[in-house]
Design a protein around this ligand. Structure first.
Ligand code: URA
Length: 236
């Protein structure tokens, strides 16, 4: 799940507004460095995080960022909004405008939210065929019964999208508290699933995405970079 690659000559022709055939002499003269190394071949592949320098001028230099945030209730999972505070407002780092959200949470939901500037990584993580599990603690208004377990496992038909939800796991932890595991993320999915039982969701908190668990030491509103071990685990 690394960032997508493309040819260096394509990048240079776009970035310097020159013809592709005019790239070759620049390379031959050793005027282009990729990650500090002179590059000769036009077919060299680069990605969004390769450092590319031409005659000492940095054309591209970007570090990949992978963050986990403990999203508080009441904050919008968006990068900007004219009315409401967004998760980006909670971050205090210069590169935050470059980030996007990996799998939104509703404004009233809390818990683990991932942010990155690596589009390929986020697409792979959210791709339905990768079956990455998202785990939620859900507090509901009315007592739970074994019928819920069966209905979640069987899947529910959503007429609006004309789909049946994929098998989900619901574990009853207390009379009105469940752990729900989904491998997809339909619009308001959990609320709509409990809606079938006319059981309002009072609290929805995401605790894990795949192998990544919300860091218990992070208070709501706090964020941190994923560790190399966490990154390897989720990419595995
Ligand atoms: N399902 C919901 O209904 N809301 C969320 O925020 C996440 C899953």
């Amino acid at each position: 799940m690394s960032s997508g690659s493309h040819r260096l000559d394509r990048f240079l022709s776009r970035s310097l507004s020159i013809n592709r055939r005019d790239v070759k002499p620049l390379l031959a003269q050793g005027r282009i460095l990729v990650d500090q190394q002179p590059v000769i071949g036009v077919e060299q592949l680069v990605d969004a995080f390769s450092q590319i320098v031409f005659d000492g001028r940095v054309l591209q230099s970007r570090l990949p960022v992978y963050l986990m945030l403990h999203k508080p209730v009441g904050i919008l999972s968006a990068t900007s909004d004219p009315q409401h505070p967004t998760v980006i407002d909670l971050l205090h780092r210069e590169d935050k405008t470059d980030l996007h959200i990996v799998g939104r949470l509703d404004r009233g939901s809390s818990g683990l939210l991932l942010l990155t500037n690596d589009g390929r990584w986020s697409r792979a993580l959210m791709a339905p065929e990768h079956n990455v599990a998202k785990v939620y603690l859900v507090t509901v208004a009315n007592p739970l019964t074994p019928d819920y377990v069966q209905a979640f496992a069987k899947g529910m038909y959503f007429g609006y999208e004309d789909i049946t939800t994929r098998p989900a796991t619901l574990e009853i932890l207390a009379a009105r508290l469940a752990r729900v595991t989904l491998v997809e993320g339909r619009y308001h999915q959990i609320k709509r699933m409990f809606g079938r039982f006319r059981n309002p969701v009072l609290g929805l908190h995401r605790i894990a995405i795949g192998t990544l668990s919300l860091d218990a030491a992070r208070a709501t509103g706090q964020s941190r970079d994923l560790t190399p071990t966490e990154l390897r685990g989720i990419q595995g």
